[in-house]
Design a protein around this ligand. Structure first.
Ligand code: ZN
Length: 457
């Protein structure tokens, strides 16, 4: 049976609409948005009133959920490579499936508490801890556990199964799979979750240093054949470019193009150290871009040439990557502020677009562009899209301003989203509200488990 919602204020197509209803079908999609006066009395009486501003939920296009366990650990590595060696890989070696599940639920609960309703989970931890029982029914118990964690918490997930077949550093043995095994797993998972509207499966060759040409090619072809997305880490560190030049004689995007490995189903993640010619190449092939500025700052990666991406019309979406604090409002803010610091100017990103407001460009990155990068019907409140929406309280000191023409500026640059968020819905189902918190799981139990893991690793 269809359900009805009555938003006090609906923010849609960058404008406020009053006296509207949202009709949601059994699949959790928006069947219709219409005028309240068109509703019959039965629908009106059964409708749920949403007291506040209703917006599409934010779309997190890149996450490694288990990395929440790195918080506070190895606080002061010298650089990215030292962080990988001294923090990331030792953690990876110690984790059992149950720990990964707890970490994933923590990350996803926090995302919902910040209005993130869908996530692209770039998952590369495939092989079990040596002490875990290898008698298992399928090849991918960890992947399945991470997907089930998303279902339990109630967040929409594009599970990006990662292919990683290079490297022999301690820790990397937990990532390794051969290309044919990866394709088998992709097919298995895609079939297993075919009827679940909350879960979609995508491909993710890890990076040029983690995935062979054979791996990237087979995953890209799988994505093309199945009309699914294919994400790859690219040019995060300056050294990624240097390595590509010394190994292939070309910069990373040039290498992918030269080998015929670019497609419109692809998104590059990070894309920090790109030359303008490489950004043009991405545009030519319809490749999308996912930017994670908070993590890039945390790891000292660098600042992506966002103005060049935006000016050329490459679709840039945002992600929370290492999930130190998974908050897309902060990612929007960091995207703009890093450009200001680098360029010693203000209002930089919006100035190179036709968008009506500078903040609109940032807002698109966290909503509609995320839907494009993940190939999900999310980030927009319209017929056919999922009913993934958030309700925020404009009558709050932390909202940062009124409901006026500067709404998006207030939202992107001034608001503390976690304090103004009243409720969150995924597929029309409430998964968070301010009074009860996360509705589908017991977060106090989760906290106990988290504390036990943090003590033991
Ligand atoms: Zn990443």
């Amino acid at each position: 049976m269809n359900r009805f919602f009555l938003p006090k204020l609906l923010y849609r197509n960058y404008e406020f609409e009053r006296d509207r209803y949202i009709e949601v079908n059994s699949e959790g999609r928006i069947e219709k948005i219409g005028r309240t006066r068109e509703l019959g009395s039965t629908e009106l009486n059964s409708a749920e009133i949403l007291e506040g501003i209703v917006l599409p939920g934010f779309v997190n296009s890149h996450s490694h959920a288990f990395q929440v366990l790195l918080r506070g650990m190895g606080d002061h590595p010298k650089n990215f490579h030292d962080w990988v060696k001294s923090s990331l890989y030792p953690l990876v070696r110690s984790l059992k499936t149950e720990d990964i599940v707890t970490a994933t639920k923590v990350a996803y609960a926090q995302m919902l508490m910040r209005g993130i309703t869908s996530v692209g989970e770039f998952h590369y931890l495939h092989n079990l801890h040596p002490e875990e029982n290898p008698e298992i029914e399928n090849n991918d118990p960890i992947s399945i556990a991470v997907i089930e964690a998303a279902r339990e918490v109630g967040i929409r997930q594009r599970f990006l199964y990662t292919g990683y077949d290079l490297g022999n550093k301690p820790g990397q043995e937990r990532f390794h799979r051969k290309a044919f095994e990866v394709i088998e797993s992709l097919n298995y998972l895609r079939k297993k979750y075919r009827d679940d509207p909350l879960i979609e499966i995508g491909a993710a060759p890890h990076s040029l240093h983690g995935a062979s040409e054979e791996m990237i090619r087979s995953m890209m072809e799988w994505a093309e054949q199945n009309s699914e997305v294919c994400h790859i880490h690219l040019s995060e560190q300056k050294s990624d470019v240097e390595e590509s030049i010394s190994q292939f004689g070309m910069r990373p995007v040039e290498y992918l193009e030269d080998r015929g490995l670019l497609s419109s189903m692809m998104a590059i993640v990070h894309g920090i150290w790109l030359e303008n010619s490489e950004i043009n190449t991405l545009l030519t092939h319809g490749v999308k871009h996912v930017y994670n500025p908070m993590t890039n700052m945390h790891l000292g990666d660098g600042i992506a040439p966002i103005r060049q991406y935006v000016a050329r019309g490459v679709v840039t979406a945002l992600g929370t990557d290492a999930n130190m604090d998974p908050d897309l409002v902060m990612e929007m803010r960091a995207t703009e502020y890093l450009q200001r610091i680098e360029g010693l100017e203000m209002g930089i990103i919006g100035a190179v677009t036709d968008d009506a407001s500078p903040a609109m460009t940032l807002y698109k990155m966290a909503t509609v562009n995320g839907g494009i990068a993940l190939n999900l019907k999310v980030g927009v409140l319209d017929e056919g899209y999922y009913a993934d929406f958030i309700v925020i309280d404009p009558d709050h000191l932390n909202f940062g301003g009124g409901i006026d023409k500067y709404f998006l500026e207030n939202l992107t640059l001034s608001t503390t989203i976690s304090t103004v968020l009243k409720s969150v819905y995924v597929g029309g189902e409430q998964v968070f509200n301010r009074e009860d918190g996360i509705t589908k799981i017991d977060t106090s139990e989760l906290l106990k488990k988290l504390n036990e893991i943090v003590k033991s690793v």
